[in-house]
Design a protein around this ligand. Sequence first.
Ligand code: ATP
Length: 355
Amino acid sequence: MGPALASPERLATLNGRTPTIATLCSHSSLQIFHGARREGFPTLGIAGGTAPRFYDAFPLAKPDKFLTVPTIKDLPKHADRLRAEATVLVPTGSIVEYLGAEEFLRLDVPVFGNRAVLGWESDRRKSREWLESAGCPMPRRYEPSDAIDGPVIVKYYGAKGGKGFYLAKNRAALDEFRPTGPYVIQEYVLGTRYYLHFFYSPISEGGYRVGSGSLELLGMDRRDEANIDELYKLGAQEELQKAGIRPTFVVTGNVPVVLRESLLPMAFEYGARVVERSIELFGGMVGPFCLEGIMTEELEFKVFEISTRIVAGTNLFISGSPYSDLVEPGLSTGRRIAQEIRRATDRGRLAEVLS
Ligand code: ATP
């Protein structure tokens, strides 16, 4: 058994009822609704303003009903309705972003996964403590006064999509940096980025055993980041700067990738240790998570971030990935979430997968 994350009071609205699977109409909602429908659940789309029309173009992923609220910040006022419909909310980066971390933690509706993970993910120092104590190599961290022996990246806390990040080739360039908020300085790792989409189930039997359950790898992507990914076309960074353009890491899309097969054991080892450590630190991370890192030419994977919810890169694999197809043909992360809710309901183990 995994630790109980949800109290009996939190789960009371689900007793003996088929849950309605709800999420925000954004981010990875198409695969979440599509997956929930394929597992036989009713679905509810939460939208700020008006219900988006684009679902009409995707009938297999259109939610059965919509809940429209003036803005997502108003969602807590509708918690009664969500509970009345036996809702399980599937969190995405968009929900946490629009609602705010505090409101999300307080929301009185069952949520898929362990909300306590948020406190460890959103604080760059705490996430480093978690990942390093799990044995994941990370980019070296510098204090502002440290000697610097290679290129560095300066990252703001909680920056979204690498907004305002600063690249410095050397000390002189770093000295020109004028911070506008709390930041960290990291070694700029040269290599290839990989975003590994894992799923941890504390209730599953068989498979790659971790904790009380199993770890699955459902896919892998790399992000297209404007305009840094196009930098090479204009030559060096200086050329861009002369043209008044600062490199940015704003995500514009995703491309599918696979890892050299000989590196998969390392990927699973890191995924497993991060889950094991999460169980020790805060009762465990449940469901989808993504290890984001850079593979160097020495074939060392340096993890620069963990995302502890479904990531948008999984949208590449709504009808399966080279990895998830070997778990179950056509399996998406959205459908895997719905399966977990179905299996936990059937086995009376919802407290281990909801919070
Ligand atoms: P998000 O929340 O959207 O994932 P973020 O603002 O938290 O983004 P990171 O994911 O940490 O930022 O980094 C954004 C991008 O910056 C990465 O996708 C990668 O391209 C680059 N990056 C981050 N850290 C490093 C590093 N140490 N070395 C090289 N590149 C890095």
